[in-house]
Design a protein around this ligand. Structure first.
Ligand SMILES: Nc1ncnc2c1ncn2[C@@H]1O[C@H](COP(=O)(O)OP(=O)(O)OP(=O)(O)O)[C@@H](O)[C@H]1O
Length: 628
């Protein structure tokens, strides 16, 4: 192939621009990215060679070598891994195949600090070389291809790149960075060893650098022709817990997750018994930008007997734990296991169940810790990941009880962090249910007329405002024998929380109010299923409730917003017979207008929308002008 000049895909150009502008403050990451690519290339070779040992050619020992040249001002990363064909080099180093790139791009805001964090999550990989290099040369030859099928790829990291054929006897890839002016600090063996050692300690193959010696005569370090490993070359998870420092655990996490922050918690275990595997699982400190996306693959890598098999093996974790990152290394699975096979394997099922329990255990120990700092970590976790954990309530029946204990809510008594156990411990004498209300926002929930009687009596109500909460409630019916009861459904029955005098008073009021009630029912017969007198209201004249078993008004609104059909059910209007406005109904010349205003106001107060807002305004104005 003659030399060709090709253009980078638009997204790559954008990334290149960001890499050089936003990541400069953390520039040493290029070492991590390029060593990790080299190690991945060796893993890929090992995997392909399972079916074709000839791919090893005459070099069965996989390794990565890093060298620098002070005079030429270059750093070279050489691996004897899988290598690339010309087509692969063009595709892999000129485009970004990953799904989600557009999504990622659309989230960039032009704020360097935030964007750098996002890029960190996304992983810039190869392109990070351009932080310190103004030209990169890649020379590569795919394993199994003839020597004259080598490729040279070069680019200055702006608009385009060149590719041409070369002869390359050795298999694998060399990435040569031609350093920018001012980046000479990296032409230092001691410095490179320190950084690469830190980033590559967990890598399972040797990362080698040339030895150096002090030459007293020349008064400088001289490079010798002897290569020595700078890492331990033992996959981190295979090492004993006692030999791993928290910093090494954190470093490994950053490497596999692209997170710039240390993880919130981790668990590392060797499981023996029916199924044998090692798990090293992490909970991130912050939610990734696409956490909400249920199609997002998980973050757990699968290894079989230390051979890398696949990234994001979603069968290893339930969907609601998709934020967990880490590694599972199985001793039982066949090396040629496919994604489809994983779905059906009994060993995988055992691994998934075991790993789920470990993650829940890790969360429980934070949530129930004696140490306040640990509990604060759980609170932080809940803030970011609570919405996703809630999905587990409906999905993971085996761990239902453990999950319910991990739930945290806002309530009328506390702004955050209320567990169901906290709620139960604060229940009033005679209280049988756990009261909840759902709404689109905290303000709507807090000010909801339905809460008035609960507030007056000091009874706690959980305020549920996440989009998944309606769904959560449909799977969470009770806790420790106490039913969850929506205060916006059915007639409130405060049961023994109401004293005899109150009940009697309510009955008398209802009897006295009966004629008005009948007229109200008639006036609102097209809008309300029923109208009744209630004692739940204190300051408001009326509120709407749905019957037990009907779809709540809040859920109906959410369905409508999502373009789905909500089952049409008319609400019941409950009126406060003690309220001045309601009292005015009796004998009013504007009975029908007032009745409709009561209904409309009740709808507005719970965050609903009027079908005919103009009619409401007209009615109110008409009344204001006649009575004022
Ligand atoms: N040393 C290498 N040997 C063989 N292929 C390589 C090498 N370095 C990069 N590649 C190829 O180029 C692709 C792009 O690399 P890049 O580092 O940008 O992304 P990635 O490694 O796929 O993703 P990430 O870095 O986010 O894990 C890789 O997927 C791989 O196919």
């Amino acid at each position: 192939m003659d030399k060709q000049t090709l253009s980078f895909q638009a997204e790559v150009k954008q990334i290149l621009h960001l890499v050089t502008h936003s990541l400069y403050s953390n520039k040493e990451i290029f070492l991590r990215e390029l060593v990790s690519n080299a190690s991945d290339a060796c893993d890929k070779l090992r995997f392909e060679a399972l079916n074709d040992a000839s791919l090893y050619e005459d070099q069965p020992n996989l390794e990565v070598r890093v060298a620098f040249d002070k005079d030429a001002r270059t750093i070279t990363f050489r691996d004897n891994g899988i290598g690339m064909s010309a087509e692969e080099a063009v595709a892999n180093l000129g485009t970004i195949a990953k799904s989600g790139t557009r999504e990622f791009m659309s989230r960039l805001e032009g704020d360097q600090k935030k964007d750098a964090q996002l890029i960190g999550q996304f992983g810039v990989g190869f392109y990070s070389g351009f932080i310190v290099a103004d030209r990169i040369t890649v020379e590569t030859r795919r394993a199994g291809a003839a020597a004259d099928h080598g490729v040279r790829w070069t680019s200055e990291g702006t608009g385009d790149f060149q590719v041409e054929s070369i002869t390359r006897p050795e298999r694998g890839t060399s990435v040569i960075l031609h350093l920018r002016e001012g980046e000479d600090e990296f032409l230092n063996g001691w410095k490179l060893k320190a950084i690469i050692g830190k980033y590559s300690d967990h890598i399972s193959l040797p990362v080698l650098m040339q030895k150096e010696e002090w030459d007293a005569e020349a008064q400088q370090q001289v490079t010798k022709d002897e290569w020595a490993p700078v890492n331990k070359a033992a996959a981190l998870w295979t090492r004993s817990k006692n030999d791993i420092t928290p910093e090494q655990y954190a470093e490994f996490y950053k490497q596999i997750s692209y997170d710039t922050e240390a993880p919130l918690a981790y668990t590392h275990n060797r499981v023996e018994g029916r199924s044998e595997y090692t798990q090293l699982l992490y909970v991130p400190a912050k939610a990734p930008f696409d956490l909400w996306n249920r199609d997002k693959r998980g973050g757990v890598k699968l290894y079989v007997k230390r051979v890398f098999i696949m990234d994001d093996a979603e069968a290893l974790m339930p969907v609601y734990l998709r934020f967990v990152k880490g590694v599972i290394d199985s001793a039982d699975l066949p090396l040629n296991v496919s994604r489809e096979l994983l779905q059906e394997s009994r060993d995988v099922k055992a691994i998934r169940e075991g790993s789920t329990k470990r993650v829940l255990g890790m969360l429980e120990s934070l949530a129930n810790s004696e140490d306040e700092a640990e509990r604060a970590k759980y609170a932080a976790f809940w803030k970011d990941f609570g919405v996703v954990l809630k999905e587990g309530i409906g999905e993971d029946h085996a761990n239902h009880e453990r999950l319910t204990k991990l739930l945290r809510f806002t309530s009328t008594h506390a702004d955050e962090g209320v567990s169901l156990a906290d709620y139960v411990s604060r229940m009033k004498e005679g209280q049988e249910s756990i009261y909840v209300i759902t709404a689109d926002s905290l303000a709507t929930a807090k000010n909801s007329p339905q809460l008035e009687i609960f507030r007056k009596k000091g009874i706690e109500v959980l305020l549920l405002t996440d989009r998944v909460d309606e769904w959560l409630l449909s799977h969470l019916h009770d806790f420790e024998g106490k039913t969850l009861q929506s205060v916006a459904k059915g007639a409130v029955d405060l049961g023994s929380l109401q004293d005899e005098a109150e009940k009697k008073q309510a009955e008398e009021a209802a009897t006295a109010f009966k004629p008005v009630l009948d007229r109200l029912k008639e006036a609102l017969k097209d809008r309300a299923k029923d109208v009744r007198v209630t004692t739940r209201l204190v300051d408001s004249p009326a509120c709407l409730v749905v019957e037990e078993g009907d779809v709540s008004a809040h859920l109906a609104r959410m369905l409508k917003q999502a373009g789905q059909e909500a089952p049409a059910s008319r609400p019941t209007l409950e009126v406060n017979a003690e309220h001045a406005l309601v009292k005015r109904l009796d004998g009013s010349a504007h009975f029908d207008e007032l009745a409709n205003i009561l209904f409309d106001q009740a709808l507005l107060a719970e965050g609903g929308q009027l079908d005919d807002p103009a009619a409401y305004v007209r009615r109110v104005n008409a009344l204001l002008t006649t009575t004022l």
